[in-house]
Design a protein around this ligand. Sequence first.
Ligand code: PLP
Length: 392
Amino acid sequence: MSAPVPRTVYLDNNATTAVAPEVFEAMVPFLTEHYGNPSSSYDLAKHSGAAVTQARERIAALIHCDPREIVFTSCGTESDNTAIWSALRTTGKKHIVTTQVEHSAIHHFGEALEHQGYSITWLPVRNDGTLDPAEVADAIHDDTAIVSAMWANNETGVLFPVEEIASICKKKGVLFHTDAVQVPGKVPIDLQKVGADFLALSGHKLHAPKGIGVLYIRQGTKYAPFLIGGSQERERRAGTENVPYIVGLGRAAELAAENLIDEQTLTRARRDRLENELARLIPGTHLNGHRTERLPNTSSLWFEGVEAEAILIGLNRHGIAASSGSACTTGSLAPSHVLTAMGLSPAQARSTIRLSLSHLTTDAEIDYALGVFPALIAELRAAMPKSLSPAR
Ligand code: PLP
C-alpha cells in the first residue's frame, strides 16, 4: 500500500479555489434527478429554470445589480473577450484602451486584435502597480470603443481605482469594462457605485467549479453577442445553460458575501503575518505592489539570489502549493509582463513567487510555511554559484 498523500498546504487561491462543500451539495441534484433543459416546458425542466433564476438573483445580490443584467458564460476569459468584442461591434470604432498588466484573457486577446488592425493603448502602471486615472482620460479619443481595466491584479493583488475610471469613461461617453475575476469575496463589489458597463467574473476563483463565468451587462448598454445560436440568456449568449454549475456559482456567491468580513480581517491578518515574518526571517525579501491598495489575500514577493522555479519545486517537496510571477511560454521562462511593467528587472521578476490565501487557510498552515521557507531559501542560495549570485 502506498503512503497516504498529505494534505497540501494550498497557497495558490488566485490560480483556483477548492469547491466549497456547500457548493458541491447544491449542485448534486442538478447532476442527478433535476436534469431538465431549462428551455423545455414540462415540470422537470421548470425546476432547472427556477434554479437558474435563483442563482442569477444570488449573484446580482453579491454585486448589487439587477438579475437581468447577469449573463452566464463558460469562464472569465469568455466574459472578458465578449465585452471587448461587443464594444467593437456596436460602436464600429477601432481603438481600445487597456493596461500593461491585464490577465492574458485581455492581454492576449488585445494582441490578437492588434494583428487584425485594431489599435490599442497599453497604459503603464506605477512602480507599486497602481494606475493613474489621468492616464485613462488622456488615452481616450474619438475612435475609442472601450476602456478595459482590471479591478484587481491576479499576480500582485493591486487594486485599480475603478470607480474613478468608470466616471471618466462616462463623462467621455466611452464604454468601460472591468475584469473583476479576482475580486468577489475579497473586496465588496457595488455596481451602484462603480458605473461599469461590463464586468467579468469566474466561478473557480470563489469556490465554485471551473468552467462557469458571468458577464454583467449594464441595462441599456448596446450589446452584440459573441456566441450566436439558441435564444438562451435573452439572446445574449447562446448555448444550453450549464445548470449544475450555475447553481453552484449562485451558492458560492452567497458564501462569498458571508465570508467577506473574514477574508478582510482573518485572511488579511494571516497574509500579513506570513509576509512580515518572511521579511524578518529571510534577508533580501521584497514585496511587489502597493502595501495597502491590494487584495487582502495576495502576497507577491521576490527573494534576492534565488530562482522562483527552484523555490516552487522546493515548496512542492514540502507539500506547499504556490506559483511564480513568471509565465511559461513555449519552453522558455519569460518574466511576468505584470512585474516588468512595474519596473522589476527580468531577474527580479524571475525571483518572484505569489502566495494567495483564502478563508480556508489556517494559522497552522501559515506556521508550517514559515517553518519551511527560511531553510529552503538558505539552501537554494548556498547552492547558487558565487559568480551568479547578485550583489546584495
Ligand atoms: N482574469 C483574471 C484576473 C484571472 O485571474 C483569470 C484567471 O486566472 C481570468 C481572467 C480567466 O478566468 P477563467 O480561468 O475563468 O477563464
